[in-house]
Ligand binder design. Structure first.
Ligand code: BES
Ligand code: ZN
Ligand code: ZN
Length: 486
């Protein structure tokens, strides 16, 4: 995506074939007076009153500029533009024009008065150019992105770098979406490790891929237990970006289950194909560190991604098995489909012991229960740290990647006590499944005072405009970037 920032409306109109105008109700009249009356012929431009009442989204017009025909895409939804709705509007707009329009694309944005809005606009526009047809070879129902070039008129006084940072964020989201949309036939723990190593080399940060031998030496018994039924050896991917002026150490931990069959406690086959997205937490954590490096944030951030399949095989763990863990605590595995908490238990304990972070946030597609509770509107947020909760809530509402706080009462822990081991991985009660999962994780955090768990099971993979069905959203990257900026 190459940006050409032009310095006047006239220059922009001269260059483009398709002019995109994302707007709010608030700004509609200004746009009408300032732009549309100049390029759209009176016959086809509705009267101001009609224009302000436009509900059909988006509205398409044809205009002329210096004898050159322009297509105008005007889209206004909200009363006022915010970072969250600007991002989603530009993303939808990009998807729409990618499918329906041809030629050079222009964005007319002089009314986006804040640099945050400009950044969100370019992040959304770039993310919206994502191409879901990873394996398509014929062109029939496949629309390649029209143009990688973007011509834009930015608001007066806003630096081009704001737009470029937005593009970077959108590109990182594209990579995260790619990792999640890649099917299990084309990805493995080693593949995720190779992605991280390549990214680290390219953007100047470090990546270490702990292999099965390392995991055995370290004693990551829970991760290795989940990996027993898999053809592909587990890894734990660790990435690190540190700016010299950073003052606190932050670790993002992401669940990296390449494909979750459920193991011997096998899942119903309906929608099992969604389970290629069970590494969305790992992808978001790794992507966020890449974004920090590319944006040169003044932070010290790590991503730790325990990664394995959850497969079925003669060697696979069986319900009732008792396994050990990095923390030395024993776990009764009553359900092999509750595997995410097992691999995270090791990663959390490892993060605390090895790196002593100031703040630790994990992201995991952990439970169907959180999907039942919150649906596709917010991730479940679990933490006893009120300040961290408030920060993540604020970052969620600003970015539009929302979170919703769930309780962490200690009474829920009782449901996880095992008769035979230190803890069991299933509460066996027909309720509060996402909370008991969070309490299980908490048991492995050594009571870290600044830890938050995000259950993103409803957020990572949704119907979100790129195709007819579910696909990756890139959820988490913009939330965490926003949180880091606060
Ligand atoms: N990966 C699933 C959770 C999930 C469900 C993610 C739906 C995305 C969409 C997880 O490993 C799982 O299977 N959880 C079980 C836990 C249960 C056995 C305690 C669940 O939620 O059913
Ligand atoms: Zn599972
Ligand atoms: Zn899972």
């Amino acid at each position: 995506m190459k940006l050409y920032a032009l310095s006047s409306t006239e220059e922009l109109l001269e260059k483009v074939d398709v002019l995109c105008i994302p707007a709010s109700k608030e700004g509609a009249e200004f746009i009408y007076q300032d732009l549309l009356t100049r390029i759209i012929h009176a016959d086809s431009l509705p009267l101001l009153q009609e224009f302000l009442a436009i509900k059909a989204n988006p509205a398409f017009f044809f205009g002329q500029w210096n004898g050159h025909r322009l297509k105008v895409v005007y889209w206004s939804e909200a009363e006022k533009l915010t970072e969250a709705n600007t991002y989603s509007l530009l993303k939808k707009m990009a998807i729409k024009v990618k499918n329906d329009c041809k030629g050079k694309m222009g964005l007319w944005l002089p009314h986006l008065h804040a640099h945050e809005l400009v950044q969100s606009a370019f992040a959304g526009w770039t993310a919206g150019h994502y191409d879901l047809g990873l394996y398509k070879q014929t062109d029939s129902n496949h629309h390649k992105s029209v143009s990688e070039d973007i011509y834009a008129l930015l608001p007066a006084g806003i630096r081009e770098e704001e737009a470029k940072d937005g593009i970077t964020i959108g590109l990182v989201q594209q990579e995260v979406m790619n990792l999640v949309n890649t099917p299990a036939s084309h990805k493995s723990p080693a593949y995720l490790g190779a992605w991280a190593s390549r990214s680290a080399a390219q953007y100047g940060y470090s990546a270490t891929v702990l292999d099965k031998q390392d995991l055995t030496t370290l004693g990551m018994h829970a991760l290795l237990a989940v990996n027993r039924g898999s053809e592909q050896p587990a890894v734990c991917v660790v990435t690190h970006y540190k700016h010299p002026e950073a003052t606190r150490k932050i670790i993002f931990i992401g669940k990296g289950v390449i494909f979750d069959t459920g193991g011997i406690s096998i899942k119903d086959s309906k929608n099992m194909h969604y389970m290629k997205s069970d590494m969305a937490g790992a992808a978001a954590a790794l992507g966020t560190v890449e974004a920090c490096a590319r944006l040169k944030f003044k932070v010290d951030v790590m991503a730790i991604a325990p990664t394995t399949d959850n497969s079925i095989d003669a060697l696979a763990i069986k319900p009732g098995d008792v396994i050990s863990s990095y923390a030395g605590k024993t776990i009764e595995v009553l359900d092999t489909d509750a595997e995410g908490r097992l691999i995270l238990a090791d990663a959390l304990a490892y993060a605390v012991k090895e790196y002593k972070p100031d703040v630790m946030i994990d992201l995991a597609t952990l439970t169907g229960s959180i999907v039942a509770a919150l649906g596709p509107q917010a991730a479940g947020l679990f933490s006893k740290n009120d300040q961290l909760v408030a920060e993540l809530e604020a970052a969620g509402s600003t970015s539009g990647e929302r979170v919703w706080r769930m309780p962490m009462f200690d009474e829920y822990h009782d449901d996880m006590l095992s008769d035979i081991a230190d803890i069991k991985n299933l509460s066996e009660k027909p309720y509060a499944g996402s909370i008991t999962a969070a309490k299980f994780l908490e048991y492995f955090t050594s009571e870290h005072s600044s830890w938050a768990h995000l259950d993103i099971a409803g957020m990572g993979f949704q119907p979100n405009g790129f195709g007819k069905g579910h696909c990756a959203t890139g959820y988490g990257v913009r939330l965490l970037i926003q949180w880091l900026k606060m």
